[in-house]
Write a protein that binds this ligand. Structure first.
Ligand SMILES: [Zn+2]
Ligand SMILES: [Zn+2]
Ligand SMILES: [Zn+2]
Ligand SMILES: [Zn+2]
Ligand SMILES: [Zn+2]
Ligand SMILES: [Zn+2]
Ligand SMILES: [Zn+2]
Length: 375
């Protein structure tokens, strides 16, 4: 009988090596063979595991506790004994137990190297997508968190990845760059139509919002003209004595280059003939705004025909349009008027100032004074 004592330190485990006389009652817990000669004991969860010399040398060792492992499953990142397998950290994507090199994210989730390199990632935040925690939205893979918080494009419904475009007067309605660049502009609101524009007979496109209320025929227009004219008379005390004939037209003057402020209406005076052209397809609120604006020009023609500059002429018409939008419950659209950088915007801001210093009625008195210079 030889006495053999080995102390080995492999990884971070310790095992006892005992040389003991072969004992008929001892069997190797790996191969089941009766122990003859040298055998090894390993301490595992407070119990002693007996392994024959051959198994100790031939079997792979558990990556965590170091004891020999009988059945090593393929496809694992490492070798684990049963109890360590239960305790091991698992890859958040494939679920395999992790040993050796693995990756952790900011939320303490861990990933095996393969998943870390190859798994699909969220199109918005680039986080690794974990099973059951993502969705496909318009062919984009997006994590649940981003799906909850990231704005959706008002045009195509997709979660917006990258820059968000929004438009004054339309709060909370954002657009993706895909829609901004690749979809036609709505002839009414000038915002992107998205992938499903409503095409009118004249070829112009409407967004789905504007399409629901778009003014497409003379009867619809007449009804709006009647309502707006009544408001001007009763609300703003603006009486227009001439008959004004309204016409719906396909185009007035459309600046395709800027695509910014296409004309939606025009007042034309030939002697006592007052005509207003209105762009076909304007949404109800934008049609109300435009009709009010053009009727304001008709009022100017009668009451202050010699206004010295366009800022006063267009500014007043925008100011009347703003009051009308407010009266009809479309307050959110008014901000657009003050944001413009052209003569319309400058003129409107000038009218707001004038109203502040002279009061509401003072604006009309001042316009009449400026538009009727002494000869
Ligand atoms: Zn054995
Ligand atoms: Zn183990
Ligand atoms: Zn994995
Ligand atoms: Zn995300
Ligand atoms: Zn879009
Ligand atoms: Zn529109
Ligand atoms: Zn005008």
């Amino acid at each position: 009988m030889r006495k053999l004592i080995l102390v080995m330190l492999i990884w971070s485990w310790v095992f006892d090596v005992a040389a003991a006389q072969a004992d008929a009652s001892k069997r190797c817990e790996m191969c089941g063979a009766e122990i003859e000669g040298v055998y090894y004991t390993f301490q595992k969860d407070g119990t002693t595991v007996i392994v024959c010399s051959e198994c100790t040398q031939s079997l792979a060792r558990c990556e965590m506790c170091g004891i020999p492992v009988r059945n090593t499953r393929s496809g694992q990142t490492g070798v684990f004994c049963h109890s360590c397998l239960l305790k091991a950290k698992k890859c958040a994507v494939c679920g395999r137990p992790l040993a050796g090199k693995y990756y952790a994210d900011n939320h303490n989730r861990v990933y095996c190297p393969e998943c870390y390199q190859n798994a699909d990632r969220c199109a918005v935040c680039n986080d690794i997508l974990r099973p059951g925690e993502w969705r496909r939205i318009n062919n984009q893979l997006v994590c649940d968190t981003c799906a909850r918080i990231q704005p959706r494009c008002h045009g195509c419904g997709a979660i917006i990845v990258g820059p968000v475009s929004s438009y004054i007067g339309y709060d909370g309605e954002s657009f993706c760059q895909q829609c901004v660049k690749n979809s036609p502009s709505c002839i009414s609101c000038l915002r992107p139509c998205g992938p499903h524009p409503v095409r009118m007979k004249n070829g112009n496109c409407l967004c789905r919002d504007c399409a629901t209320t778009a003014i497409r025929d003379a009867n619809q227009l007449e009804s709006i003209v009647t309502q707006v004219a009544r408001h001007l008379e009763t609300g703003l005390l603006m009486t227009i004595n001439h008959h004004v004939s309204f016409k719906l037209v396909d185009i007035i003057d459309y600046d395709r280059a800027s695509n910014q402020y296409r004309e939606s209406g025009r007042f034309i005076q030939v002697g006592d003939d007052f005509t207003v052209k209105i762009l076909l397809g304007l949404s109800r609120p934008l049609c109300i705004e435009t009709v009010a604006h053009e009727l304001a020009h008709a009022w100017q023609a009668e009451n202050c025909p010699h206004l010295p500059n366009d800022e006063l002429i267009e500014g007043f018409a925008q100011w009347v349009a703003a009051h009308t939008l407010s009266r009809f419950g479309y307050r959110s659209l008014i901000d657009r008027l003050g944001e413009r950088e052209d003569v319309y915007g400058r003129g409107y801001r000038r009218m707001i100032e004038m109203e502040r210093s002279l009061g509401f009625n003072g604006v009309f008195r001042e316009l009449i004074r400026l538009g009727n210079p002494p000869r």
